[in-house]
Write a protein that binds this ligand. Structure first.
Ligand SMILES: Cc1cc2nc3c(=O)[nH]c(=O)nc-3n(C[C@H](O)[C@H](O)[C@H](O)COP(=O)(O)OP(=O)(O)OC[C@H]3O[C@@H](n4cnc5c(N)ncnc54)[C@H](O)[C@@H]3O)c2cc1C
Ligand SMILES: Cc1ncc(C[n+]2csc(CCOP(=O)(O)OP(=O)(O)O)c2C)c(N)n1
Ligand SMILES: [Mg+2]
Length: 596
């Protein structure tokens, strides 16, 4: 919080919103954020943003002091993913601003609404290679939805309000507002209402034509082997109910992307599971055999399609998508319905009858898929005998069972991320927070801090690898300073595991630069004032997870798992979706982390 903020300052800040007042540019920054409903920001001060920090005490906003600006952008991102609101990160010029970039790119690739505010040198010396001057609008141009360079106090409120609108509308994304130091120091009349941007005008292509809806309904009615591909756009548009209605009414199974997990309940009988590179074998086979794919808020990422020249060749394709640029980008489709997913589905659903009312009978196709799953489909591994080995899959599955699935899980990037996707069954949207598109190691710990600020009442778990955790472990201090409670599970395999797996499969087991020395993570936590415990055996997992959950503060568990375990199935990059590498020596349909 503006540490000295009181009720009186909150009242004063609110008064600014209704009565135009002369303020400094720095005050306008905070006043506008208050007006946009912001109560928490993540940042790190420095010379070029110091006027803004100086003014913070007058505003009812909680500022979380991070340990590295990358942490600020991941926290803002985690906050946005958990809450659906815009996350805000703040940094100074030069290195402060460049440190934000990885987090901005992470948000860009996954369409996350975020506003970053940076200070820059005074406008008179812009372009002179002044101390800590970088062209951050130039640097972030390709990884922001939009950015602004502001050098007059009277433009600040407009730019920030516009940034919020851009970040949230259409396809969400990050926006950066760079403000020169002299603009922060000078004054202008702050008129919040007058700074309101023109109403958002959707792209002209965002009109769903009657003919497209009729064509889509016709394809759905006549399909024998349809599959819904549900992506991140489902939760971004809040279309969970509509997807469920479509699936149930037309008896169509639902496959999910990594970022779609949770937007259709894992326990629903029509839920097939995750598609793609590490998706379930039966899901990928169903997609390859399908005669109709209904892609809903997903962008046919290469991790999802494998080789595009062999992707779902037997299927007609319907693509419902808010961004016209995604249509026919990776996969050519037969019907494109460009618009907000929920709105489009609401128009489409009345045209889809249920079985017996002109609708389709999906039972034969569902039976075929069910048969292809085999007995191992459930990935319920709790009854497998304990061989003395500790597998990541067991750890993650136990965290799922013990939390009843009612936690927000924030993963890092690597093998543990894929095991989480396979063994933690997500029932609700926004319960899995993970970097999909950029695949940013170091994401989990800061993003989890952001998620906890967004949902303080929720249980939050970090699941991170020993490699990625070390990239942003300095944020342990942020946890302590802000007194928050999360649970941290490090899946410690002594390797940059996902890269080791690629070396095992494709580089003759040449484990070049992937064995990894780590600190004693429990001691590291202790040095920060955080309790922890190392776990070596499967028999300890349940007790350790319970201990972490009931501990009053943040608790770190260091799970010493099998070192050379691999994620199966796996589609080698560029191969066809059905050309999966399967767990060796086992029934090809058994994808369990079975003890040896
Ligand atoms: C190590 C690793 C392995 C991976 N393996 C897999 C894997 O096996 N399987 C897998 O699925 N992924 C995998 N991924 C993730 C993958 O790289 C992509 O991030 C993911 O597939 C993208 O999912 P998406 O298309 O649903 O989401 P996004 O990339 O976020 O795309 C969402 C789409 O929805 C649209 N949209 C947004 N809002 C709306 C709205 N309101 N209405 C309509 N449309 C909207 C957007 O414009 C966008 O096109 C992996 C990632 C890593 C790091
Ligand atoms: C910032 C960054 N650098 C490099 C990579 C490439 N990469 C992907 S997974 C991975 C290994 C991750 O190791 P670890 O964090 O221990 O997780 P594990 O795979 O062992 O579960 C690497 C290096 C990346 N995704 N992000
Ligand atoms: Mg590792």
């Amino acid at each position: 919080m503006g540490t000295n903020a009181t009720d009186a300052t909150a009242q004063a800040a609110n008064a600014h919103l209704t009565t135009p007042t002369r303020l400094t540019g720095a005050e306008i920054v905070w006043a506008t954020l208050v007006g946009e409903g912001v109560d928490t920001v993540f940042g790190y001060p420095g010379g070029a943003i110091l006027p803004v920090y100086d003014a913070l005490r007058k505003f009812p906003i909680h500022h979380v002091l991070v340990r590295h600006e990358q942490g600020a952008s991941h926290m803002a991102d985690g906050y946005a993913r958990a809450s659906g609101k815009v996350g805000v990160a703040i940094a100074t010029s030069g290195p402060g601003a460049t440190n934000l970039v990885t987090g901005i790119a992470t948000a860009m690739l996954d369409s996350i609404p975020m506003v970053c505010i940076t200070g820059n040198v005074s406008s008179k010396i812009l372009g002179t290679d002044a101390f800590q001057e970088v062209d951050i609008t130039g640097i972030t141009l390709p990884v922001t939805k939009h950015n602004f360079l502001i050098n007059r106090p009277e433009d600040i409120a407009k730019a920030i309000r516009h940034a919020f609108q851009i970040a949230q509308s259409g396809r969400p994304g990050p926006v950066l507002v760079d403000i020169t130091k002299d603009a922060q120091q000078a004054t202008a009349v702050f008129d919040f209402a007058a700074a309101k941007p023109r109403p958002y005008r959707p792209h002209p292509m965002l009109t769903v034509e009657e003919s497209g809806l009729a064509q889509a309904a016709e394809l759905i009615r006549n399909a024998k082997r349809p599959v819904i591909l549900a992506g991140h756009g489902v939760s971004e548009s809040g279309a969970m109910e509509q997807i469920r209605t479509l699936a149930e009414r037309a008896q169509i199974p639902v496959a999910l992307t990594l970022l779609g997990l949770g937007s259709f309940p894992a326990s629903h009988p029509l839920n097939l599971g995750m598609m793609g590179m590490h998706g379930e074998a039966w899901v990928n086979h169903a997609i390859q055999e399908a005669d109709l794919l209904i892609a809903c808020g997903m962008r046919f990422d290469d991790r999802v399609t494998g080789s595009t020249s062999t992707y779902a060749l037997k299927a007609k394709k319907i693509h419902i998508e808010v961004d016209p640029a995604e249509i026919d980008k990776n996969i050519k489709v037969d019907v494109a319905l460009v618009g907000d997913l929920r709105a489009v589905l609401e128009e489409l659903l009345p045209r889809i009858g249920s079985r017996g009312q002109g609708g389709r009978d999906g039972s034969a196709w569902l039976k075929t898929i069910e048969a292809s799953k085999g007995a191992s489909a459930v990935r319920d591994i709790k009854n497998l005998p304990d061989s003395g080995h500790l597998y990541a899959a067991h750890v993650i599955h136990d965290i799922w069972r013990i939390t009843g699935g009612n936690a927000i899980v924030v993963t890092d990037v690597g093998q543990h991320q894929m095991w989480e996707a396979q063994y933690f069954h997500h029932e609700t949207p926004r319960s899995l927070i993970t970097s999909g598109g950029l695949g940013t190691m170091g994401f989990a710990l800061p993003a989890a801090i952001g998620a906890k600020f967004a949902c303080p009442e929720k249980e939050v778990w970090v699941i991170a690898g020993d490699g990625g955790f070390q990239m942003t472990a300095s944020e342990l201090s942020t946890i302590v300073q802000d007194k928050i409670k999360i649970n941290i599970a490090i899946i410690n395999n002594g390797f940059l595991g996902m890269v080791r797996q690629w070396q095992e499969f494709f580089y003759d087991k040449n484990y070049e630069c992937t064995p990894l020395v780590s600190p004693d993570f429990v001691k590291l936590a202790d040095a920060h004032g955080i309790a922890g415990r190392a776990v070596h055996a499967r028999s300890e997992v349940v007790d350790a997870v319970a201990q972490a959950r009931t501990a009053p503060g943040t608790f770190l568990l260091n799970f010493m798992v099998e070192k050379e375990e691999s994620v199966y199935p796996m589609i080698p990059a560029g191969s066809a979706l059905h050309e999966m590498i399967r767990r060796p020596g086992k029934n090809p349909l058994e994808e369990r982390a079975e003890d040896n």
